[in-house]
Design a binder for this molecule. Structure first.
Ligand code: MN3
Length: 227
C-alpha cells in the first residue's frame, strides 16, 4: 500500500516536471454537410480529419521532449523564429485551421456595429474589404492564407501569407492579431472548384460567421490596447 502511494506521488512529480504541451483539435462546431453548397462535405471531411489532424499530430511530435517550449499556441507562434520548421508549419497549421472552422457557419449573421465601423474606416465599406481579402488570396502564389487582422496600431488590415504562416508569428511580414483567415491551399477547394480559386473566394462570404469574427475583432482590439 505504502509503495503504491509513493509510486503515485512519483508519477505526479514525473508528470509535472516533464509535462509538455499536447495540442488537440476542437470538434467541428457544425456538421460537415452544413456548409454545402459553398464547401462540400467531402472537402470538409478530408480537410478536418486528415489535413488538420496531421498538423496536430506532427506538432505534438515536433514538441516531444521540448519541456521548455511555450505551452499555448499563441505564445509558441509569437516565438516561432526560435523553433524548428516543423513547429512553424504544424503549429501554424493547427492555429489557422481552428480559426478557419470557427469563422464559418451556415447561419446568417452580420458584422457588429463596431466591426462594421472599423471596416468602413479601413476600407471604405464591407464590399471593399471583401475584395481586398479576395485579391490577397487570389494573388498568393501557391499555398497560403488570406487574412483580415488587427495591426499594432489597432487598425484592420489585409495581407496574405505563404504555407501555414500567420500574423501572430514573429517571422511574419504582416504582424498583428488575425480576426478572419481564408485557407487558399488547393486542399481547401480543389474537389469542388478545381483551379477556380476566385469562385471559392467569392462563395465563401456566404458562410462567414460574422458573430465570431466580430468577437475576434473586439478581443484583438483589447489585446492590442493592453500592449
Ligand atoms: Mn487547410
Amino acid at each position: 500500500m505504502k509503495s503504491f502511494k509513493s509510486l503515485f506521488l512519483f508519477g505526479l512529480i514525473f508528470i509535472s516536471v516533464f509535462a509538455q504541451a499536447q495540442f488537440s483539435q476542437k470538434p467541428l462546431p457544425y456538421s460537415k454537410e452544413s456548409l454545402e453548397p459553398y464547401i462540400d462535405a467531402a472537402t470538409m471531411d478530408i480537410h478536418y480529419n486528415k489535413h488538420h489532424a496531421a498538423y496536430v499530430t506532427n506538432l505534438n511530435k515536433a514538441l516531444e521532449g521540448k519541456t521548455d517550449a511555450p505551452k499555448t499556441i499563441e505564445e509558441l507562434l509569437a516565438n516561432v523564429s526560435k523553433c524548428s520548421p516543423a513547429v512553424r508549419n504544424n503549429g501554424g497549421g493547427h492555429f489557422n485551421h481552428e480559426l478557419f472552422w470557427s469563422i464559418l457557419s451556415a447561419e446568417k449573421s452580420a458584422p457588429s456595429s463596431k466591426l462594421e465601423k472599423a471596416i468602413n474606416d479601413a476600407f471604405g465599406d464591407v464590399n471593399a474589404m471583401k475584395e481586398a481579402v479576395n485579391k490577397a488570396g487570389q494573388t498568393q502564389f501557391g499555398s497560403g492564407w488570406s487574412w483580415l487582422y488587427v495591426n499594432s496600431d489597432g487598425k484592420l488590415a489585409v495581407c496574405s501569407t505563404p504555407n501555414q504562416d500567420n500574423p501572430l508569428m514573429d517571422v511574419c511580414q504582416c504582424k498583428g492579431i488575425p480576426v478572419l483567415g481564408i485557407d487558399v491551399w488547393e486542399h481547401a477547394y480543389y474537389l469542388k472548384y478545381q483551379n477556380k480559386r476566385a469562385d471559392y473566394l467569392n462563395n465563401i462570404w456566404n458562410i462567414i460567421n460574422w458573430k465570431q469574427v466580430s468577437d475576434n475583432y473586439e478581443m484583438a482590439i483589447k489585446k492590442i490596447s493592453m500592449k
